[in-house]
Design a protein around this ligand. Structure first.
Ligand code: WT7
Length: 655
């Protein structure tokens, strides 16, 4: 596409109306229907959510109170009892869906499995009983450190079934990062696999678990190991157990435990601007309802669809939109172990062709990688089954949006650009594909029941097209309930930055945004010290602590620098110990050290050695200056608070 077309899209904010054939069959068919739903939901959110909860979910016992809101603490459907594993499995078994594909799984080496709802239910019951045999009871935390195989979802559903909150740790995290999370959650059991396949290599997950436990996670009594790669592993007597051994010792009879609506469903760790990752706590009823309804309306999910979200179950996207949302709807959800790699750059398109995928949900960074690899790769496959596309994780640049629309969607598929966070549990600002005209780069308008705004530091709404802070004004069912073990941090991080004039706390998302005159939101990115690499959040402080823990490092400051592929890349300024001299070998060693401390996603793209960091007189690192330097820009703006002005000249000179 010529640059001039992109320019005109950028400046004229071209509208893409939902295609009529799509709208005709959609759950929400027009702008008018959306407006009606939206005003009904905001006029009386409690009634709206209660109606949906009654209609869409199975409750063992109905709630007494829809919402108990003592800011910032929300309780939804108080007194109600349900089980999300029941809603995802059991209730489908009495219908024709018993023999419908629940999970279609494709392994990276090309092996595959399909589990019907009946089969998945059986596996989940067996897994739940195996965990019980290892002493796991309601309330115990279970860590899940797995490759993308069906057993990852099975383990999550089994935890939910017996009321043991899970803490899924992304398989790309290092043993150190895993250990921190095990300790923080006081996990009793780790579910893992001998390994997984990623980019044609075997990832030795069990070995990482062994290391994590060696370094001390005393709460962990047992490890349950799923066989995947058959690579040799060490099994510690009485601590470690093979899943296939336990499976033959238990029955498939395991009724779903009635859970209180506000019982904890899971903890999921996410990076913040300060300190160690936070354990975001989600509970049962509200999360089940919100992920169910957003999946249904935003992906327009029908019983005939094959739906595929390419995320990893280790992230919130995998929790909400591979596992819980789709299965609660009785849908067919695809799970793929692999990622595009040099030996198979077209693997995503092969999966779409092989299974006739109708709905495809991926990340902008993946789309940018596909653009680089060339459109002949997707063009060589039959993508005609696709009817809807989605993106998540970071703002999508209009160029990537247009490519996705043209090359993958063949100008026929609506695109839903979905804004949300680990903390929000589900999608918050998004098009409804049959109703909302889209603008490339905008996540458009809030989901019914969600009251968003853009405000200034005083909590005052700003005018159209003015930049400000993105906030949510009314509690919603799947909102974060707490930071595990640190309620003060929960208050501080999300609720104490911004309040309305009359003192009501606003949920602060940490993103900057503007809203245009059509009420469309344009998210600009994080306003805190969080870097987004390929849509994954990393706290600058986490990476700095990892660097400083290396014996040669005296001080480090980490910033994001713009990157065409990953959105942002990690740029580290490092002050060495006086005995140490900068060298390429040392830079490599430091990168390796960060991988070991956190994982490959935190690897600095660039390390610049320096004698000193630019600081204010009170000792605060001036990241704004470092960000400009990392991006190769001139330093502009106020530098008067800088303590030592010669530092800047030295930094410009590199070493
Ligand atoms: C942060 C949340 C939600 C699942 C994936 C990431 C950014 C997410 C969008 C979007 C612009 C987006 C925000 C947000 N983000 N989706 N559609 N447009 N920015 O979850 O790790 O909790 O990160 O991702 O900055 O705050 P997460």
């Amino acid at each position: 596409m010529p640059d001039s077309t992109i320019e005109s899209i950028l400046h004229e904010e071209r509208l893409f109306e939902p295609p009529a054939p799509f709208s005709d069959q959609a759950y929400v068919r027009s702008r008018r229907e959306y407006e009606q739903l939206y005003s009904k939901a905001t006029a009386n959110p409690e009634r709206f959510w209660a109606e949906q909860a009654e209609q869409e979910l199975h409750w063992f016992k109905k709630w007494d109170t829809i919402l108990d809101w003592q800011p910032p603490f929300a309780k939804w459907f108080v007194g109600g009892q349900l089980n999300i594993s029941y809603n995802c499995l059991d209730r489908h078994l009495t219908t024709w869906r018993r023999n419908k594909a629940a999970i279609i799984w494709e392994g990276e080496p090309g092996d595959s499995r399909t589990l019907t709802y009946g089969e998945l239910h059986r596996e989940v019951c067996l897994f739940a009983n195996a965990m019980k045999q290892l002493g796991i009871q309601k309330g115990d935390r279970v860590a899940i450190y797995m490759p993308m195989i069906p057993e990852a979802a099975i383990a999550m559903l089994a935890c939910a079934r017996i009321g043991a909150p899970h803490s899924v740790v992304f398989g790309g995290f290092s043993s150190e990062a895993l250990r921190d999370r095990l300790v923080d959650a006081q996990a009793k059991l780790v579910v893992t696999a001998d390994g997984g396949f990623r980019k044609d290599k075997v990832i030795a997950l069990k070995e990482q678990v062994d290391l994590a436990l060696e370094h001390g996670a005393p709460s962990v009594a047992n490890v349950l190991v799923v066989e995947r790669t058959k690579a040799p592993v060490t099994m510690v007597q009485s601590r470690d157990h093979w899943w296939h051994d336990l499976k033959s010792q238990v029955t498939a009879d395991c009724p779903a435990e009635p859970m209180e609506s506000e019982d904890m469903l899971f903890i999921l760790y996410t990076s913040g601007s300060t300190g160690k990752p936070k354990g975001v706590v989600h509970t049962t009823g509200g999360y089940n309802l919100y992920t169910h309804l957003t999946t249904k309306w935003i992906f327009d999910l029908k019983d005939t669809d094959v739906y595929w979200c390419t995320a990893d179950v280790g992230w919130i996207t995998g929790h909400s939109y591979i596992v819980y949302g789709p299965l609660s709807n009785g849908a067919t959800t695809v799970m793929y172990e692999g990622v595009p790699r040099p030996s198979n750059p077209g693997c995503f398109w092969d999966v779409i062709e092989k299974y006739g995928v109708n709905i495809f949900y991926t990340a902008p960074t993946a789309i940018r990688a596909f653009i680089r690899m060339g459109e002949e790769i997707p063009n060589a496959r039959n993508l005609s089954s696709l009817r809807l596309l989605g993106t998540v994780g970071e703002p999508i640049n209009p160029e990537a949006w247009m490519w996705y629309h043209r090359v993958i969607g063949k100008e026929r598929c609506p695109i839903v650009d979905t804004w949300w966070q680990t903390e929000t549990g589900g999608i918050m600002i998004t098009p409804l594909p049959g109703a909302t005209a889209t603008k490339p780069g905008s996540c458009t308008r809030p989901f019914p029941g969600i009251v968003a705004d853009v405000v200034d530091l005083e909590g005052q709404p700003v005018a159209d097209n003015q930049g400000g802070y993105l906030v949510i004004k009314h509690p919603w069912p799947s909102m974060i309930r707490d930071v595990y073990g640190d309620t003060n941090r929960f208050r501080r991080t999300y609720w104490e930055h911004l309040t309305t004039a009359d003192g009501q706390p606003l949920y602060f998302a940490g993103d900057g945004a503007r809203r245009d005159s059509d009420g469309y939101y344009w998210v600009m990115g994080r306003v805190d010290d969080v870097i987004s690499v390929s849509g994954h959040r990393l706290g600058t402080m986490e990476i700095e602590s990892a660097l400083v823990s290396h014996t040669s490092v005296a001080e480090a400051a980490v910033v994001g620098r713009p990157d065409d592929l990953t959105g942002e890349a990690i740029f580290a300024f490092v002050v060495l110990d006086s005995q140490q001299a900068p060298s390429e070998a040392l830079a490599q060693a430091l990168k390796q050290h960060v991988i070991q401390e956190i994982g490959a996603i935190a690897r600095p793209a660039e390390i610049r050695f320096t004698d000193a960091l630019p600081k204010t007189r009170s000792g605060k690192i001036m990241r704004r200056l470092l960000r400009s330097l990392a991006a190769g820009q001139e330093i502009s703006g106020d530098t008067s608070t800088l303590e030592d002005r010669t530092v800047l000249d030295k930094l410009r000179g590199g070493n």
